[in-house]
Design a protein around this ligand. Structure first.
Ligand SMILES: Cc1cc2nc3c(=O)[nH]c(=O)nc-3n(C[C@H](O)[C@H](O)[C@H](O)COP(=O)(O)OP(=O)(O)OC[C@H]3O[C@@H](n4cnc5c(N)ncnc54)[C@H](O)[C@@H]3O)c2cc1C
Length: 525
């Protein structure tokens, strides 16, 4: 019988599989030669109480047993000639919906407004140099969706471990690192993600799925009977009895299109703030209690949450060893986000620090109905642009301690944001109901992480694309839109997911719902 045990190790011990094996055999009171396979199933760092330990969960097999991975054996089938299903958007929700449809014997046609990931890489590089912005190919749009050039953090608040493990297994099958299967906080890294996305595309195409790149859906075709397909921006129509709409939360024109087509939408709370960046060495020193990180510990991260006068202020999408990047999807706006390479080895640590935006904060935008939050978000991103130099994606920034003291900065610390930053009194132009909780929040974070509030840190505006400001409401049982039969809003843009893994899980669930919907409907009806 395989035995599961947890070892509490030093970072150096935890870095060596041989040492783990030696210590496991010692703990079991057996000779190493009597042990069979050893699998690491969990790894997490515990840096509480002034010391750093790594908890390593292992399963040890006896000599006559060997490990057979029966988990998540996925069998894709050839779906040539099978019923076609349109998926709009090739982000995590769209791609995982496509893979699941193939498993279920349906043929996905994936329509993506942006380019394939290799062409997109060039556009993102130009944007990072502030040389060119392509509204259809950037950090938000293109193959792989918003998370392609990201930290590739795969954590989620979702509780369904089975679903999450399935997603991690599929990413692993497509080239993601072994560590994602057992690390407590797995991540892939922006340098590895593109090739994982390409491998997923190859699987989909190999089994008969089709990608239509550089094509923006500008109309949902539907009647009282339900969905009939989609229209593309060049006028072409693709017929389909079911459409999975997985367009992410940056596609404002999609919300506008649905609104104009009288497809019901709802406003949704979200969050907004700034991105803060510290030297990574400072965050390491705070989190690892001054112990030198050395070669065996990863760049330290943090997660902070605080209630300030009844409003939540929290860290969002923290990127250790990362870079701040321009995440705009239209010109004349400034939006920032973060990404890291797999080694998380830049000298900076950045994180969104955001404040809850509630529906009752949006009264001024009431005439925009369910799009109120979206219009507020857009107006704030344009305001950030107006407080910049007006030169492409150069972003407004301030020293953290100046922001907290409501003081303008005259000089800024160095920062990872490649297009450049300019001094701006962010405390003056953010609405006070965002600026004040942020200032208070930063002070309280400093109580939890002594040294967090420092003049070595910089804040860069605007962190506004935290989650969708709009929900495309769907039925809880069938996952169909509440009004349009056969329309399956999915992923982050639908307002039912946030992050790579939960969007992927939602994409899979949408595909299953489509299969149920179509099986209850005669082919061609
Ligand atoms: C820089 C950055 C870093 C991030 N880091 C992380 C991270 O580390 N971990 C994490 O979990 N999450 C991260 N996120 C968030 C994560 O990327 C999203 O939560 C996730 O990608 C949402 O998946 P989705 O498939 O629902 O939508 P998206 O990924 O947004 O994909 C939607 C796709 O639809 C396409 N599309 C839009 N409109 C149309 C149309 N009309 N016609 C055709 N195609 C259309 C878009 O081009 C896009 O490819 C990051 C996001 C950014 C921008």
């Amino acid at each position: 019988m395989p035995i599961e045990l947890t070892l509490v190790l030093s970072p150096q011990q935890a870095a060596s599989t041989n040492t783990i094996r030696q210590l496991a055999s010692k703990k079991l009171g057996k000779r190493q030669s009597d042990l069979g396979d050893l699998r690491i199933v969990r790894k997490s760092i515990d840096a509480r109480r002034g010391r750093v330990r790594v908890n390593v969960g292992v399963i040890v097999y006896t000599k006559d047993e060997s490990f057979i991975d029966t988990n998540h054996k996925i069998e894709y089938r050839d779906i040539a000639g099978k019923q076609e299903v349109v998926i709009v958007g090739a982000g995590p929700a769209g791609l995982f919906a496509a893979l699941r449809l193939i498993e279920l014997g349906l043929k996905p046609i994936i329509v993506e407004r942006g380019k394939d990931v290799s062409s997109r890489k060039r556009d993102v590089a130009l944007l990072n140099r502030n040389s060119n912005f392509d509204p259809e190919s950037n950090y938000a749009f293109g193959e792989g969706g918003a998370g392609t050039f990201s930290d590739g953090k795969l954590y989620t608040r979702s509780r369904k471990r089975g679903d999450i493990n399935r997603i991690l297994s599929i990413l692993h099958m497509h080239g993601a690192q072994d560590e994602i299967l057992f690390e407590a906080h797995p991540h892939i890294g922006t340098n590895v993600l593109p090739r994982v996305i390409i491998a997923i595309r190859k699987t989909i195409e190999h089994f008969g799925g089709i990608f239509v790149f550089n094509s923006r859906v500008d109309k949902i075709l539907y009647t009282d009977l339900g969905v009939a397909g989609v229209r593309l921006n060049d006028g072409r129509k693709i017929q389909s009895q079911a459409v999975i709409l997985a367009t992410g939360h940056s596609a404002r024109d999609v919300y506008q299109m649905l609104w104009q087509q009288n497809i019901l939408l709802e406003a949704k709370p979200f969050a907004m703030g700034v991105r803060v960046e510290h030297p990574q060495a400072l965050i390491d020193s705070i989190q690892y209690h001054g112990i030198h990180r050395g070669e065996f510990l990863p760049a330290a991260s943090y997660k902070l949450v605080q209630q300030v006068e009844g409003r939540g202020v929290y860290s969002f999408c923290m990127c250790p060893g990362g870079f701040i990047v321009p995440a705009i999807s239209s010109s004349n706006e400034i939006v920032v986000n973060g990404m890291s390479p797999s080694l998380r080895n830049s000298k900076w640590a950045n994180s969104g620090i955001v404040v809850e935006v509630r529906l009752d904060d949006l009264k001024e935008f009431k005439e925009n109905g369910p799009l109120a939050g979206m219009h507020f978000q857009k107006q704030m991103e344009q305001l950030a642009f107006n407080h910049s130099t007006g030169n492409g994606v150069v972003a407004p920034a301030q020293r953290l301690d100046d922001f907290v003291a409501s003081r303008a900065s005259s000089i800024l610390p160095s920062c990872s944001y490649n297009p450049g930053v300019t001094c701006s009194p962010i405390h003056e132009w953010l609405p006070s109901w965002i600026a004040t909780p942020l200032q208070q929040g930063f002070k309280q974070f400093d109580q939890k992480m002594r040294g967090f509030l420092t003049n070595e840190a910089i804040i860069v505006a605007l962190e506004s694309r935290t989650s969708s400001p709009v929900r495309i409401p769907r039925k809880t049982d069938t996952l169909e839109h509440i009004q349009v039969r056969g329309l399956f809003p999915s992923g982050e843009g639908a307002g039912y997911a946030g992050g790579i893994v939960s969007s992927a899980v939602d994409g899979e669930r949408s595909a299953e719902a489509v299969a149920r919907y179509l099986s209850a409907k005669p082919f061609g009806a």
